[in-house]
Design a protein around this ligand. Structure first.
Ligand SMILES: NC(=O)c1ccc[n+]([C@@H]2O[C@H](COP(=O)([O-])OP(=O)(O)OC[C@H]3O[C@@H](n4cnc5c(N)ncnc54)[C@H](O)[C@@H]3O)[C@@H](O)[C@H]2O)c1
Length: 337
């Protein structure tokens, strides 16, 4: 039985605790949150011990894994604290707000010889895994173009409304849209060679961004991410991947979610394993991606296997790329990497 401590009992802390409760080999042994009542109610639900102070939780020697579900501006501080005490760490995406913070986190985790994974969940999301597999196996030939979309109402659930404060979250560009940037880097296995972005700024950060990427080899991607839609706008994530011999289309609002239109005329609708969350509120009602992500983390830590799907360096690279997108949107100039 491996003992996990969760720091941050908000939206993602609740999601992670719910997922761990489905793993027979994991015990959430402590949950810390500055909002004591949040820690208490989540700990009661999962028969854990609540802490008001993360430092008190970190003192627990029986807890070997720390799961950081804190607002992004606190990631560096608590990843470094946990790693310094020899804990293995999983941290919610994005890794941090700046590349310098990310570098420090990676360095300390390496020096302390602890395992460190950043929860870039799309790499584990069934419909995105399907696309990665199709791409890698060249099932429909080479990928020519891809468009990705991620849109939502303003995220109003956060503690002290931190998501809407640009200096704390990086806005929709760094918090929301990084999902698609990270996935495209994973999909293609490389950084784009050209980036051109335009965005709408609000509260000191981009709340809506449009980016064109050109990848080495010629794949062109168009990506839209925004959280400035009306409060009643239902969350959507989608992609249209245009291969030589088929289009693979995903839309989180469709059922089934994925349709493959083959050039031969055949139409396929693959189905995916889902895991339903009980009582988890948020824009996603499936545990699927989170389940597979945390299962991967736990198995790789307990069996001491290297992380092949997402390394801390790759999470840093994704952050660096969205910061290049910011530069392009700020200056109106394309960026050549
Ligand atoms: N992978 C995804 O799909 C996804 C979705 C949403 C959020 N996230 C990420 O998860 C992280 C957390 O976001 P969230 O939506 O859960 O935010 P949230 O505001 O719902 O939760 C954060 C919690 O941290 C607590 N907190 C704040 N400062 C603290 C401190 N110093 N010590 C202890 N607790 C403290 C708050 O009280 C709050 O309960 C962010 O990095 C965000 O980008 C990822």
């Amino acid at each position: 039985m491996v003992k996990v401590g969760i720091i941050g009992a908000g939206f993602m802390g609740t999601m992670h605790a719910t997922v761990y409760s489905q793993f027979p080999d994991v015990k959430v042994a402590g949950i810390a949150d500055v909002r004591g009542e949040k820690a208490k109610s989540l700990a009661e639900k999962f028969k854990s011990i609540p802490y008001y102070s993360p430092e008190e939780l970190l003192k627990r020697e029986d807890i070997t894994i720390i799961d950081i579900c804190l607002p992004t501006f606190l990631h560096r501080e608590y990843v470094v604290k946990a790693a310094s005490l020899g804990k293995d760490v999983i941290c919610e995406k994005p890794i941090a707000l700046t590349v310098e913070e990310a570098d420090e986190m990676i360095k300390v985790c390496a020096e302390k010889k602890v395992r460190f994974m950043v929860a870039q969940v799309l790499r584990f999301w069934p419909e995105y895994r399907f696309l990665k597999e199709v791409y890698d196996r060249k099932r429909y030939g080479a990928l020519r173009t891809i468009s990705c979309q991620r849109l939502s109402a303003p995220p109003a659930w956060g503690w002290q409304n931190w998501l809407m404060a640009g200096e704390r979250s990086g806005g929709a560009l760094v918090d929301l849209h990084i999902h698609d940037t990270d996935f495209l880097l994973y999909l293609t296995g490389c950084r784009p060679e050209k980036i051109s972005s335009h965005g709408r700024a609000e509260n000191g950060a981009y709340s809506h961004i449009f980016t064109h990427f050109v990848f080495p080899g010629g794949v062109i991607a168009q990506v839209e991410g925004g959280w400035d839609l009306p409060a009643n706008y239902p969350f959507i994530m989608a992609y249209t991947a245009n291969f030589e011999k088929a289009v693979v289309e995903f839309n989180s609002r469709s059922n089934p979610t994925v349709t493959v239109y083959e050039a031969s005329g055949k139409i396929e609708r693959p189905s995916f394993e889902t895991k339903r969350a009980n009582g988890v509120e948020g824009n996603i009602s499936d545990l699927g991606g989170y389940y597979f992500e945390l299962r991967y983390f736990i198995e790789h830590v307990t069996h001491n296997k290297p992380f092949g799907v997402i390394t801390p360096e790759q999470a840093r690279e994704s952050l660096a790329t969205v910061l290049e997108e910011k530069k392009s949107a700020d200056t109106g100039q394309a960026i050549f990497l």
